[in-house]
Design a protein around this ligand. Sequence first.
Ligand SMILES: C[S@@+](CC[C@H](N)C(=O)[O-])C[C@H]1O[C@@H](n2cnc3c(N)ncnc32)[C@H](O)[C@@H]1O
Length: 290
Amino acid sequence: MEDVKYIDIKEDFQTVNEPLCIFNGEVSIKPFLKWVGGKGQLLSELARYVPKKFNKYIEPFVGGGAFFFYLNPNKAVISDSNEELIATYKAVRDNVEEIIKILMMYKNEEDFFYKIRSIDPSILSGSERAARLIYLNKTCFNGLYRVNKKGQFNVPWGKKKSDFLNAEQLRDSSDFLKNVEIVHADYAETLRNYAEKGDFIFLDPPYYPVGKHSDFKRYTKEFFYHEDHIILKKEFERLVKMGCHVVLTNSDHPFILELFKDFQIKIIETKRLISSNPETRTGKDIIVVG
Ligand SMILES: C[S@@+](CC[C@H](N)C(=O)[O-])C[C@H]1O[C@@H](n2cnc3c(N)ncnc32)[C@H](O)[C@@H]1O
């Protein structure tokens, strides 16, 4: 593969050392949800590409928000196309005590799990909806989020002991989310509405599949296809031209390397945490900096 550039830390980037967050003096926290593609392992690497100064932080494929909770930026917009996820963030921000009360009544038992799973979340209050997602996320098999074609959560019970309620962590998350704009939207809409010159934008889309065992992960009812990566690259270029600092992650696939060949790329080896197949448990991620 020609033309792949490896980045060094540039002068206008700073390193954020765990666990202290330099932006508002508070300590970073771990995400309260386990999410496919969670960025836990890449944090110290990603932290090398945080600009010294920026206006606001935007993460439009937020998922579990590992990097957001790590950075704890002063001003932020987080968004995702997963409606349940976004409803949960809003409820944790606005009604955390109510969510804790509901979770205190829940049990990690097979019958109870399937009863909660079978509930249509659209008939629930915001707090009940969030409690349901947090509970299912912590007690289901491998902490996976997967839905069927009708959008119904379909991961089986995890059969393991699980502390599905961590009240302190939820309260801390609620504090972190207090001044954050939380949006349910397609990434392109969020960027169109919020991105401005001087913003720091982290793009962590569903990864391009690598290897014969991998498949497009079903995060929501919709997939993220080959063409979507091409459109995302155009958006990346638009943001860079506009004067935003943009960092993108994806898999180490020749198509992605070729797509971003005009930008600086760094390849990093990581372990895939959510995979039942040992062959797909390790892989390489790339970081593109624009
Ligand atoms: C790789 S995950 C993000 C992981 C996250 N950075 C973390 O640390 O947990 C990708 C996320 O993109 C969301 N997503 C997929 N297609 C999207 C789209 N077109 N617009 C916005 N979000 C999308 C999925 O719901 C999923 O939460």
